[in-house]
Design a protein around this ligand. Structure first.
Ligand code: ADP
Ligand code: ADP
Ligand code: MG
Length: 642
């Protein structure tokens, strides 16, 4: 085993690797950007080396600086995590040349699987079923190929990943436009605009097999179902796959092991298959899509059902040991789910969010993989994932109930999150029945993203928390607090007025609309009309969050600043995050209507359309196309309403 390794990554995966190293007595070196100087992975590691910079290109993608850091600290090996340099064969060669060990497959194996078209050809040769389609070099008459395959088809960038450069086409008249879009996206994202065309599988399920090799032999650690996706990105994953038969499991496991052996695979890898579930799971209805030559984000569900620590296996095999187990030793126990918790504004169209985590609490009865601590900031520079929650139980139903509970018990304030969306999914009837496919989320999107409005009791608790910060003594008489106060709360841009009157013994008489409650907050316990409720409230500078089944975030505008602060009445369009102004559609003096697009901001690899909050006339345009702006910058100002 190694004495010391360097982890060339950040966030939850760097922390997760360090945990296993600690358990095995392996010392750890972290690397970090300027933004991450005090990040959790840096705090957890035994040593840390600064790479400087902010963007990935200035930090975590600097192969030379990372190798130099390993040499300077005496690390023997480099764990790449996922993303960043993990699937870069040139980096692997540089690591080897520096006399260090890359904890992962060989450069050749990565290269063989790196492009989807070449990988498909190789797999077909190795006897692994591949999706019918065209993956040739000739790119001139792709429409002809598509017609031959038969619509619907899927255009995919050969160098693609994360659903980028991918377009579904249903009829021939739409083909050329879709091809242009896929190619330009692919060129922009991957510097390569070669595409392949595949038959679009009807009722597709994404089922992938975890494999592990030692360069000679390989085993599989069963399957994961990752069919719950939004825009080809995984949202909730589970293991094993619902409805899996032993016959199908064996067929897929064998195919995945054949794929691994075809490239003398070493380390952890995933063979992704697309399954046609239109007539249930059938052993002849699965096809190879691609192989991910790294540890996957969703590996914890496999660890939960097998009891194996995959990072421990990675370290053991990379340090020269043979495979730690034989196929017949591996067994599935129970069922596991993983949910990816992101800082994102779901009702606003899954807009990535930023913010400082004012409060952070993870559930007791789940595994939480995270790279952040309370008071850390979710910055726009990296993936806005806050945590992965993994639950395990004896049956699928029990595990799903545990997931629901774990999501309810996760408390995050200071940024919006996708937790309510994940909970709506955990309660979705089709998902509960195991009837999943990659179109499930899109079909039911409207109901899944509907925001949960706070009930009047929740508003009452929020108002009391806003009125008397929980950190201050609540009972007794204080000279400066008025006996009766109107508290203004903003929820989802909507104003809520609540009247709070203070009584003796810390009882608040609260009026919201037509409802009236006696609210008591004592030692962390909330009582409404003499009934104890399982709610918690967290007050921070700009707002208050109430956790009561769901999370309700209220802004509490400073009453003194009101009037001068136009942001709440729709006069201002503020930059929701730092980014690049891609387009501005309005000029001073123009009349706009509510919902009309004003500008496009490019941030976190995505384009965000900013719309007018109300009807009005443009008073000022403070930004120009091409400008780099900060979060909170006033971009466009409307004339005050008369
Ligand atoms: P999966 O199939 O497990 O969803 P993806 O290929 O979508 O994996 O990417 C895995 C993860 O790697 C992403 O969720 C993201 O956190 C990270 N990642 C992907 N690309 C990059 C990159 N260029 N830089 C940093 N992180 C990345
Ligand atoms: P990425 O590199 O983004 O992971 P993949 O090739 O793995 O790209 O595909 C991502 C997702 O796209 C799959 O999980 C599935 O939802 C969908 N998909 C891919 N190929 C097909 C296909 N032939 N038919 C239907 N859906 C597909
Ligand atoms: Mg994939």
């Amino acid at each position: 085993m190694f004495d010391k390794i360097l982890i060339a990554n950040r966030g939850e995966i760097a922390c997760r690797v360090i945990e296993t190293c600690n358990r095995l007595g392996v010392r750890t070196v972290a690397v970090h950007s300027d933004i991450d100087a005090t990040a959790r992975h840096v705090e957890m590691a035994d040593e840390a080396v600064s790479l400087g910079g902010r963007t990935p290109a200035e930090s975590y993608l600097r192969a030379d600086a990372i190798i130099a850091a390993a040499q300077a600290t005496g690390a023997e090996a480099i764990h790449p995590g996922y993303g960043f340099l993990s699937e870069n064969p040139d980096f692997v060669e540089d690591v080897d040349a520096a006399g260090l060990v890359f904890i992962g497959p060989s450069a050749d194996a990565i290269r063989a699987m790196g492009l989807k078209d070449a990988a498909k050809a190789l797999m077909a040769e190795a006897g692994v079923p591949v999706v019918p389609g065209y993956h040739g070099a000739q790119q001139n008459d792709l429409a002809q190929e598509a017609a031959q395959i038969g619509y619907p088809v899927l255009i995919k960038a050969v160098a693609g990943g994360g659903g980028k450069g991918m377009r579904r086409v249903d009829q021939s008249k739409d083909f050329e436009d879709a091809l242009d879009a896929a190619k330009s996206e692919a060129l922009k994202s991957f510097g390569n605009d070669i595409v392949l065309i595949e038959k679009y599988v009807s009722k597709p399920r994404h089922i992938e097999v975890q494999i592990f090799g030692d360069g000679q032999d390989a085993v599989h650690l069963f399957e994961r179902d990752c069919s719950l996706q939004r825009r080809h990105q995984k949202v909730i994953e589970e293991a094993p796959a619902p409805g899996m038969t032993s016959e199908m499991r064996k067929a897929m496991g064998d195919a995945a092991v054949r794929a691994a052996k075809a490239v003398n695979y070493s380390g952890a890898g995933t063979v992704e298959f697309i399954v046609d579930a239109s007539e249930g799971l059938q052993p002849d209805k699965f096809w190879f899509m691609e192989m991910n030559t790294r540890l996957q984000v969703e590996h914890p569900v496999t660890e939960a059902i097998t009891g194996i620590d995959l990072v421990e296996w990675q370290l053991r095999v990379a340090s020269g040991e043979a495979l730690p187990a034989k196929q017949e030793d591996l067994k599935i126990s129970g069922h596991a789910f993983e949910a990816r918790v992101y800082a994102e504004d779901v009702p606003a169209g899954f807009l990535p969010a930023t913010g400082t985590l004012q409060h952070l609490r993870f559930p007791k009865d789940a595994r939480s993989d995270t790279g952040v601590c309370a008071s850390d900031t979710i910055s726009p520079y990296y993936d806005p994932m806050i945590a992965k929650l993994t639950v395990h139980s004896t049956t699928r139903n029990a595990a799903l109930r545990k997931l629901d509970r774990a999501l309810s018990d996760t408390q995050i304030a200071g940024t919006v999150t996708n937790i309510a969306f994940l909970k709506a999914l955990a309660r979705h009837d089709g998902f509960a029945a195991g009837d999943v496919d990659t179109g499930l989320i899109e079909r039911d999107l409207d109901t899944l993203v509907a925001p949960n409005a706070p009930c009047s009791k929740t508003q009452a608790i929020a108002a009391v928390a806003a009125h008397a910060p929980t950190s201050a003594p609540l009972s007794g008489f204080s000279l400066w607090a008025p006996l009766q106060q109107r508290v203004l709360l903003l929820w989802g841009g909507q104003e809520i007025q609540v009247d709070v009157a203070t009584h003796s013994q810390g009882v608040f008489d609260v009026t919201c609309g037509t409802a009236r409650y006696a609210v008591v907050h004592d030692n962390g316990t909330w009582r409404v009309d003499d009934t104890k409720v399982n709610a918690e409230a967290v007050r921070y500078n700009a707002g208050v969050s109430v956790f009561w089944g769901n999370a309700y975030h209220f802004e509490v505008p400073d009453p003194l600043a009101r009037g001068s602060d136009a942001a709440y009445s729709g006069d201002l369009t503020l930059a929701p995050m730092p980014g690049l102004v891609k387009a501005v559609f309005v000029k001073q003096g123009m009349r706009v209507v509510e919902g009309e697009r004003l500008a496009i901001l490019e941030a976190m690899k995505m384009e965000h359309v900013l719309c007018a909050g109300r009807d009005g006339v443009v008073a000022d345009v403070n930004v120009a196309e091409g400008a780099q702006i900060s979060a909170g910058d006033a971009m466009i100002v409307l004339e005050p309403e008369v």
